[in-house]
Each structure stands twice: as C-alpha cells, then as structure tokens.
Design a protein around this ligand. Sequence first.
Ligand SMILES: Cc1cc2nc3c(=O)[nH]c(=O)nc-3n(C[C@H](O)[C@H](O)[C@H](O)COP(=O)(O)OP(=O)(O)OC[C@H]3O[C@@H](n4cnc5c(N)ncnc54)[C@H](O)[C@@H]3O)c2cc1C
Length: 314
Amino acid sequence: MHIAIIGGGFAGLGLAYFLTESKRVRVTIFEALSPGAGASGAACGLLHPYPGLGARRSKLASEALAVTKQLLRFAEGFTPKIISCQTGILRQSVNTEQQATLTSHAQEWGDVEQLEHNLFLIHSGITVHSKNYIEGLSQGLKMRGVAWEYQKIEDLQQLDSFDGIVIAAGYGVRSFPKCNALKVKFLKGQALSLAGDAPIEKSLISKGYIAHLENGATFEVGATYERTFLDDKPDLETAKGLLAEPLGKCRESEILACKAGVRVCPLEHYLPITEKVAENVYVFTGLGSRGLLYHGYFGRALCQAILSKNRVLG
Ligand SMILES: Cc1cc2nc3c(=O)[nH]c(=O)nc-3n(C[C@H](O)[C@H](O)[C@H](O)COP(=O)(O)OP(=O)(O)OC[C@H]3O[C@@H](n4cnc5c(N)ncnc54)[C@H](O)[C@@H]3O)c2cc1C
C-alpha cells in the first residue's frame, strides 16, 4: 500500500512516522519547498499541556505528550544537534483568572509547581528546537524508506496512482477544493530569533514568550496572533511592534531573524482535524497552537484509521 502525504510539517511527519511502522506501507511525502517550510519551521518549540490564554489543561494532554516524547527520542537518534530541553517551562500568570487556574492545576496535577504568587513551573514543559527536530525526524523517516518529492501538488489527480492521499499542507490546505468545507480559520504568527543568552534561565510564557534551549547561542521571542494579514511572509516591523512587551526583557540582544507561518485553527474546538474528505483522501490539519503537543497522537490515530480501512496489518 502506497500513501502520498502532501506537506512535510509536524502533521505530515507525525503521520509518516506511524505509517512506516507497518512494513506493508510505503510513504512518499510531497513537499512544495523543504521540510518545515511552513508554520512548523517557525514554531518557537513550546511543548506543554497548558497553552492558550485560559491556561487550562489541554484534552488528552498526558497521552499526547507521551507520543510526542516518543517522536523526539526517535528524531534524536538521527541528528547530532540538540533537539529538546526537558527541564520545564515557567508560566507567569497575566491576570487573576489565569493565576487561579494555574493554582488549581498545581493542586490537581503533579506537573505544575507554584514558585511565587504569579509564577509557576510546568515541570512537564519541554522546549523543542523545531528545525533540529524536523531535521532529525526527516532523516529518520528517510532511513525507514520514506521518499521525498519536492514539488507543489496543484491537483489531487497528480496522485491518482497512490492507494491513499493525506493532505497535511497547513495553510496550503485552502487551495484544495476537497477541503473547502472545513471549519477552520487562519492565524498568522511571527517570532524573532535573538542572539546570545536568554534573560531568564528557562523558557517563559507571560505576555508573549521567550523560548530557549539552555546554553543556546540564540533564543526566540514570540509569538504574534494576527487575524488579518496579507501573506505568510515575515514582516519585521509588525512583529517588533506586536512583541514589544517580551522584547523589552531582551534589550541587550540583537535581533537576528524574523520567522513567520500561518496556524490553521479549528473554529469550534481546538483539537486537530483528521477527516476523510473523499474516497481514499484524508486531511490532517487544524493543529493551531498545539502542533507539538498533538501531531504525534493524532498522526497515530489517523494512521490507525487509514490502515484499518484498508485492512493493512503491521
Ligand atoms: C510563530 C509561530 C510560533 C509557534 N509556536 C508554537 C509552539 O511554541 N508550540 C507549538 O506546539 N506550536 C507552535 N506553533 C504552531 C505550530 O507551528 C503549528 O501547529 C504546526 O506547525 C502546524 O503543522 P502542519 O504540519 O499542520 O503545517 P505546516 O508546518 O505549515 O506544514 C505544511 C507543509 O505543507 C507544505 N505545502 C503546502 N501546500 C503544499 C502543496 N500544495 N504541495 C506540497 N506541499 C505543500 C508547506 O510547504 C509546509 O511545509 C507556532 C506557529 C507559529 C506560526
């Protein structure tokens, strides 16, 4: 059985990892640019169960985190570069509601510790170097036999010879008519890479965030949430303006680069979309701000759905 995946971001790679666990499945990834060219390469790498303004624990967080850790370990075997820092993430509450929510998490879940009245350490938090992770994962998938074709898919008919097609094209999903009915919105995000040591010892989420692997030569300040935008390209002046608050903590550091991508967010919930949109055609999108948390868990679920429908045994 030969599956075509359109898109080499977190979604496509997470799915390919599980599909290639079955020896009877071959996978080809079609990527318009390069692995991680979309939102995944721009991601600041914060992986933890409590994203978003509400700071509530995400659904399926424990299970999803465990699957992502499995993928991180796999990717680490295929690159000498540092992929993750697993010493926790600080979260500073920005209003009384967040503080109350995080305080209750500290009592209810074993992975949140209240350090000060408004400062919490998420012990389960991991900072991922997205580019290194994608590099390791892509390399590992090549070793498992995944083929990469660097071309933009304009029409699904180009892939007629495959037994199954999965559209995991991130923002590119909007150019596939079969995905027109998906209930999603698009949110541009930008982040800045800065030189030197971060001003705090661990990654910090507050108004905006500062993300870093400990002892790194660079760190990231992010991210914007832009509802209206002209394109998915970096726009340094807009990013600097929207990130003024976290940037204020980093006055000593030079800005090296501005990264941008577009998040695909489901309209009615925050769980990713894994749907069959036509015979043998599936879509895997809607990872929103939780790409790192959910790409493995939902990639595995979609893999199981595809294999069971086609009765492929491992
Ligand atoms: C600035 C920023 C910061 C973020 N920070 C975090 C974070 O800290 N933690 C976190 O968990 N999430 C974060 N996110 C969200 C996360 O990046 C996304 O959830 C995730 O990257 C979505 O992955 P994806 O594979 O669905 O899409 P993408 O990563 O966009 O991948 C889609 C791929 O498909 C390719 N493609 C598109 N159309 C076609 C076509 N027609 N043919 C062939 N290829 C095609 C693209 O080139 C691209 O490589 C952040 C996002 C942004 C923008």
